[in-house]
Design a protein around this ligand. Sequence first.
Ligand code: G1P
Length: 307
Amino acid sequence: MSNAKNRAPIKKIVFPVGGMGTSFLPATKAVPKEMFPVVDRPLIHYAFEEAREAGIEQFIFVTARGKHAIEDHFDHAAELENNLAKKNKKEELERTSGWLPKPGNSMFVRQQEPMGLGHAVWTARHLVGNEPFAVILPDDMVHAKTGCLKQMVEAYNETGGNILGVMNVPREKTSSYGILDIDAGTDGNAKLVKAKGMVEKPAPEKAPSTLSIIGRYILQPEVFKILDTQGPGAGGEIQLTDAICQMIGNIDVHGFRFEGTRYDCGGLVGFVAANVAYALDRKDIHDKMKEELEAVYQRSEQLRKSA
Ligand code: G1P
């Protein structure tokens, strides 16, 4: 099937940031999970930078009650900026607001009810309009030389259609992911894999493969029409995976094996690991960080032995 008409440039992104972040309670009681820092930037900031690197110009946040810290992050902080300017702290000023999107290029819409990822994305339909768009789930960090979404946009420019960031997970983990159904003959290492079906969170014995969707999507606007009438799926939620699956046959859906390391910041271990990885990656603190980590590890091993 030709996707020539499904290759319009990707200028808009949807960030679903309405989640309750229950894995991190009580930390998420008053602070949105997306504002948790990895080293010195909030999770959502990494997603924003990755989107910008991929050529995205308009940023749509699907938020919920109690999430205004995210809005404030993407706005000027006049008092802080005035104080920094007075003290001629140029570098700090740059870090505070040098990166802000142009006025009018960040948009916020509330999901109102936590009805699932498909519902969250559908909530952004009027702001996206009739053009293809990207989605990043900020919980899924991809540490890579070239941002994951940029890699996907490059693949999209060749292939068009819908493209999902994917990676293989251990079979016992399939019930945490959207899983692609692919042809048996598909090259196990191919970068781009055509999907013939998809299932949200299948039990390991029922999973059609172990190729899992990581929180990166390039989607055609037809997905909104499907979501208009879609009922609940796995976990009683309106699933994005189910809507994308409905497009197969009309518009191609490809899985794209990105280069980079994914950290699942929706869970405690992944989030702490991301902090360690990103800190070690920073030239200014790498050596001290390594020393500190080695010492911490030694101490904790000793404590465990003496316990
Ligand atoms: C969501 C999607 C799932 C995807 C996952 C990636 O699930 O529904 O298809 O594989 O993100 O992190 P969630 O983690 O929100 O349950």
